[in-house]
Design a protein. Sequence first.
Length: 115
Amino acid sequence: MERATEKPEWLRISRQILREYMAVVTRPQAWPVAISRGDALEDVNRFAASFEVLEDGPAVTDWLVALCRQIDVGGKQIHDANIVATMLAYGERRLLTFNAADFRRYADHIELVAR
């Protein structure tokens, strides 16, 4: 993240990423010591101030439906499809992720910047 923020381009995240962050870091099973709700909320406020936040609306839903017609996804995979749909709705093509395996199915639509 430090290398990514040093570049001159503006980084973008979606509202979904903010929700997923809070869900993961406050779940005791995910971490040896869960982050407190207050700390998680402070992190979310910092992220929202540091990145352009892409809103989830009708255009994102249209892209999500289109992706699900093209690519065989279901269940929890819909969350990743929605991230890609949000990107496409906003003309974003590059995804910085530590989870490249789950996004390879979208290679015709986005470029993975895996770390």
